[in-house]
Design a protein around this ligand. Sequence first.
Ligand code: SF4
Ligand code: SF4
Ligand code: SF4
Ligand code: SF4
Length: 211
Amino acid sequence: MELHAISFSKTLAVIDEDRCIGCALCIKACPFDAILGASKQLHSVINQFCTGCKLCIKPCPVDCISMQPNNALETIEPIAPIFDSHKACIKCDDCIPVCPSNLNPKNLYLNIRSKKFSQAKQDSLLSCAQCADCNNACPSNIPLSQTFAYGITMLKNKAAKKAFTNESKLRIKMREQRLKNKKSQQLAFLSSKKNELAEKLQALKSSSLEK
Ligand code: SF4
Ligand code: SF4
Ligand code: SF4
Ligand code: SF4
């Protein structure tokens, strides 16, 4: 499965490798297949898969798993514009005719300012080329293109977060199927061994009767 660039969980499980005894109990507890390792070996967490569910913490007999902040989130969180630091939109509409992408910068700005990102998406925010022509036309000197860059990043993050959640659910299903297949294989193996033993026993009985 393709690895996400980052997990969208605010915290991630971290294993203290100096204390890990390789018991593998954490692997059995993780429903998202986010832990790597084998019996009697060091275990580690695949950060991109960890959902921060904490289910691995309790089973660890040496208490070497802790939850730590997911620092990777900082790298993708856009800096929100400080809307109070510039003049208000006077709704003059001067920004509209200058847009080469035929967008309505005024509406986009007002929606992003009110955190209505989905509405801004419907109004084609993703088509903004961030050319800044609207900035130059604005009598209130509003940093419009910067606001749109912020809105686009917020939309992309929202989509990536949704994809991360869907893939986490898929990993649960794939893990369940794998465990089910493994159990079926074990049962089939035990059954064939049982039949083998029964046949050997029968052969022994027959040979002792012949004697
Ligand atoms: S059990 Fe939860 S917290 Fe622990 S590694 Fe798996 S996903 Fe992360
Ligand atoms: S449960 Fe704890 S000691 Fe056991 S393998 Fe996992 S991290 Fe290591
Ligand atoms: S920054 Fe975006 S909204 Fe403003 S004029 Fe350029 S394309 Fe249009
Ligand atoms: S030009 Fe500036 S003040 Fe006028 S409507 Fe557009 S964003 Fe508002």
